[in-house]
Design a binder for this molecule. Structure first.
Ligand code: GLN
Length: 309
């Protein structure tokens, strides 16, 4: 068994035995019933080998991990002009903070908090219908993950649409500040649906390869994005990908990574691996407790912190 395989198996056994798992998100009713005992992991290495363990093939709601993919599409569409309406600084605040958006006059701190991702959804809507944009997001994910089965969980989207009042507040405030060009309902429709995409750890680790391997598509060949852009998206994931837990995550794990309230985390080790973990129990910042713990162990064991050995 390879070193990575052994590490993945042992870390999975360790995680399954742990009792301190955090709390499943309940503010999206459809996510509230997920079994907190689940744990999955998938690592795709530089040779393209897939190392999968636990519930690594179970579908879960990727939620905010989708923000990395919509950011990639928005940069493809509008390039650096995006930075006129969204910042690049860590927020130091909860992912759904309202007070920060008012304070900063409708320019979200970064594209990975909710307000920033709602502005990104507005940017990719330009000239398209919400249906066409969602089709484009799915096509992109199917292409980067080499998997045609990736889809949106409509029940999760409807559940958030019915209860997402904070996001509606953020979108309305963006619109009031002139930082939303389409009707609020239209932009939120796109946002809630891309958050509701269902993927497994294996699919997500495959999807993250273009970020881990300098923008390249390892199997189809060619570039998904430039190496420069991959580097920048990784920088944003490192500094902003875990909201007000980003500093702690960098300290413990040392990998660019993006979490979601479904309990997933996508992490990249540039040049070495694309990793996805999933466990639905969250900490106070909305990040997966066991997912972070597993990545911390893996980082230490494989010497994968980007900050040195
Ligand atoms: N759809 C979720 C929300 O807007 C995404 C949040 C997250 O995953 N952190 O609240």
């Amino acid at each position: 068994m390879s070193e990575i395989n052994l590490a993945v198996q042992e870390i999975t056994a360790d995680m399954i035995a742990r009792v301190d798992r955090g709390a499943v998100a309940t503010y999206i009713p459809e996510l509230a019933g997920i079994d907190p005992a689940r744990f999955g992991i998938a690592v795709v290495d530089a040779e393209g080998a897939q190392h999968v363990a636990g519930d690594g093939d179970t579908l879960f709601s990727i939620q905010s991990i989708s923000k990395v993919f919509t950011l990639t599409l928005a940069l493809g569409k509008v390039g650096d002009a995006l930075w006129q309406r969204v910042g690049k600084e860590p927020s130091g605040n909860p992912f759904n903070s309202i007070v920060q958006l008012e304070y900063e006059k409708g320019i979200p701190r970064n594209p990975l908090i909710n307000a920033g991702a709602i502005a990104v959804a507005d940017a990719i809507l330009a000239g398209h219908t919400p249906k066409a944009v969602l089709g484009e997001i799915l096509r992109f994910l199917r292409y980067v993950s080499d998997d045609e089965t990736i889809h949106i969980d409509r029940a999760v989207a409807a559940s958030e649409q019915a209860t997402g009042f904070r996001n509606a507040a953020l979108a309305n405030y963006l619109r009031a500040c002139g930082n939303l060009r389409h009707p609020v309902e239209m932009v939120l429709g796109v946002y809630f649906h891309h958050c509701a995409i269902a993927m497994s750890c294996r699919q997500l680790a495959m999807a993250g390869r273009y970020l881990a391997f300098a923008g390249r598509h390892p199997t189809a060949g060619g570039k998904v994005i430039s190496a420069e852009r991959a580097k920048r998206i990784n920088a944003l994931m490192l500094t902003c990908g875990h909201y007000d837990g980003s500093g702690d995550f960098a300290f413990r794990v040392g990998m660019p990574a993006k979490s979601g309230v479904g309990g997933g985390i996508l992490a990249v080790v540039p040049g070495k691996a694309s990793i996805a973990v999933w466990s639905p129990g969250l900490d106070a910042q909305g990040n997966s407790v066991l997912g972070s713990a597993a990545l911390e162990l893996l980082s230490r064991r494989m010497n994968w912190s980007i900050f040195g050995e």
